[in-house]
Ligand binder design. Structure first.
Ligand code: UDP
Length: 364
């Protein structure tokens, strides 16, 4: 008999298992490897972010110190480049972007005046959706070249039907600063994310290729408590209906060249290009191999059973999620945590923070 049966070996499950180590834990993992979607596959000495690029960034000192106990982080700073029909712009939106978009503009004050003029022209009051939020924040030119196409591809719906908060993730800066994130700490684990996951799970029993929900009653008998990190609706057999996700499809290619695009992340912001970004993985770790791997990332409609990536944050899904959470609260021996069980657009640091807090509450 174990104290905890942990379902899922992604960041939430791995951190929980590590912290609960004084108790006995069994981790079940549906996939053939641990690590959930931060898992990397190594080829030619390059760590390929198999389920999408992950860049660790945080302002929580305690979380940064925590992850650094398990693996060293490099000094990678994410500075993606946007490609709009062959025109290249720095991201996030900053003085480098603005002076290239509007060559007549030189100073922060001139940029502010330009954005203000575009905002006034659009005549937007209190923003009611992502389009209005974007135009009022940054003006119509940036919206049309760098936001509209990308966002509509990414989410499969019009910017007028999307909530404003999605782009609040993106900084707008009046300095020449191409660092995508505002956070205090940033980097990629040296040797890839598997090092972090393996260190967290060291000494803990993990059963791979094991689907908890297929044999739930039998597995439940193995432990006093369950920590469930899978999709919340699937746990309840979809009894209230299905939560929707945005899916992704990845096309990875090995190229016989040392440096293909000169940057880890290039966003393709025009609507007619079917992918949203091309990742060149070696640049996350400053690789010098003679070959390179690039991945084209295509947003996709999602069907249950497929890899679930982004929760769809609209009213219907939020309301449904709320009802599932009410059911979850009644499952007295089950702790629900992580991106899929909480149906949240989570960054890695928030997942870790939430696991650290949860484990203290339940294990003391
Ligand atoms: N976004 C955009 N243009 C870009 C990059 C991002 O309009 O070139 C918007 C888009 O709506 C996206 C959101 O900003 O969904 C968040 O982007 P981020 O890169 O933070 O998302 P993630 O890396 O989590 O996919």
């Amino acid at each position: 008999m174990y104290d905890y049966l942990i379902v899922g070996s992604g960041l939430f499950g791995a951190v929980f298992a590590h912290e609960a180590k004084a108790k006995s834990c069994l981790v079940l993992e549906r996939r053939g490897h641990a690590g959930g979607i931060v898992y990397c596959e190594e080829k030619d000495g390059i760590n390929i972010h198999k389920y999408g690029a992950h860049i660790f960034h945080t302002s929580y000192k305690e979380v940064w110190e925590y992850v650094n106990r398990f693996v060293e982080f490099n000094n990678y700073v994410n500075s993606p480049v946007a490609n709009f029909r062959g025109e290249l712009y720095n991201l996030p939106f900053n003085m480098n972007t603005f002076t290239k978009l509007w060559p007549e503009v030189r100073t922060p004050a001139e940029v502010a005046a330009k954005i203000e003029a575009e905002r006034r022209e659009a005549g937007i009051g209190e923003p009611r959706n992502l389009e209005e939020q974007a135009i009022s924040l940054i003006g119509r030119t940036v919206y049309e070249k760098l936001i509209k196409g990308y966002t509509e591809k990414q989410w499969g719906r019009s910017c007028t039907e999307l909530p404003a908060f999605i782009i609040k993730r993106l900084p707008v800066r009046y300095t020449f600063d191409n660092n995508y994130f505002n956070d205090r700490y940033q980097g990629i684990p040296v040797g890839g994310y598997n090092k972090l996951i393996d260190a967290l799970l060291e000494g803990i029993e993990v059963r791979l290729n094991t689907d908890y929900l297929k044999d739930k009653a039998a597995f439940d008998k193995l432990a006093a408590k369950v920590v469930y990190t899978g999709p919340i609706d699937e746990y309840f057999g979809y009894e209230l209906g299905k939560l929707e996700y945005r899916g992704l499809r990845f096309e990875t290619e090995r190229l016989e060249e040392e440096n293909h695009q000169g940057v880890a992340v290039m966003n393709y912001t025009a609507r007619e290009v079917p992918y949203t970004r091309i990742i060149e993985h070696k640049h996350f770790e400053f690789g010098t191999q003679p070959v390179t791997y690039v991945t084209r990332e295509y947003p996709a409609t999602w069907q249950p059973g497929e890899e679930a990536y982004y929760p769809v944050n609209d009213d219907r899904n939020q309301a449904l999620c709320q009802r599932y959470q009410e059911l979850a609260a009644k499952e007295s021996n089950v702790i629900f945590g992580g991106r899929l069980a909480e149906y949240k657009y989570y960054d890695m640091d928030d997942v870790i923070k939430s696991a650290l807090e949860k484990v203290v509450v339940v294990c003391g």
